[in-house]
Design a protein around this ligand. Structure first.
Ligand code: ATP
Ligand code: MG
Length: 183
């Protein structure tokens, strides 16, 4: 699976609908301090299922919704959609009928998030399973935030093992095993 497009609306400083094509290879985001580079990466993390408001640099998850400026009123809804190319059919079995997957997360003030995959309502857990095998996902070791390198060096062995399992893509197996046991 490959990320192909990120669409953002009402999320943090991205109040207007914004679309970003993600081409194969390396993508650089450049701009002055405070222009929204980190917010973009957070939108990516958020649509993949981040549950921690703190990791979104907020006190409450509603803080990711555009909070208004001197000239523009706050929004009550935000939405982020991540498109994935699944032509190689590497998505987990339940998602593998589609050559393209669109994952959407929407949040309305005081009423929590809902998720859709290709327009169909799904659980947060389904989104987690979709990403769990791909070294992607909200807790992906590929998303390295400030302080993370130091944390890895100082981590307890069990925590470091978790990080290495995430990086090796084994965590998805654990998640699906747990899901199978629940059925
Ligand atoms: P730096 O180069 O300093 O790391 P950056 O490009 O990463 O900057 P961000 O941290 O992504 O910048 O963006 C910060 C801006 O986003 C601030 O101006 C902040 O006010 C704005 N912002 C964050 N959350 C919201 C929100 N909920 N509503 C409106 N604006 C927000
Ligand atoms: Mg930044």
């Amino acid at each position: 699976m490959q990320f192909t497009r990120l669409r953002i609306s009402g999320f943090k400083s991205f109040v207007d609908a914004t679309e970003l094509q993600i081409e194969p290879g390396m993508t650089g985001i450049v701009g002055p301090n405070g222009c929204g580079k980190s917010n973009l990466v957070e939108a990516l993390r958020w649509v993949m299922g981040e549950t921690s408001a703190k990791k979104m640099r907020g006190a409450d998850m509603d803080d990711v919704i555009f909070g208004g400026t001197a000239t523009r009123p706050a929004r009550n809804i935000c939405e982020v959609t991540l498109s994935l190319d699944n032509a190689g059919r590497t998505a987990p079995a339940q998602f593998n009928d589609w050559p393209e997957l669109e994952v959407t997360r929407k949040l309305e003030r005081a009423s929590g998030s809902d998720y859709r995959i290709n327009g169909k309502g799904v659980r947060a857990r389904d989104v987690h399973i979709l990403f769990a095998d791909n070294a992607s996902g909200a807790n992906s070791p590929a998303l390295v935030s400030q302080g993370r390198v130091g944390a890895l060096i100082n981590a307890r062995p069990t925590d470091r093992r978790q990080l290495l399992e995430d990086a090796a893509g084994i965590s998805g197996l654990h998640a699906r095993k747990h899901e199978a046991e629940l059925r």
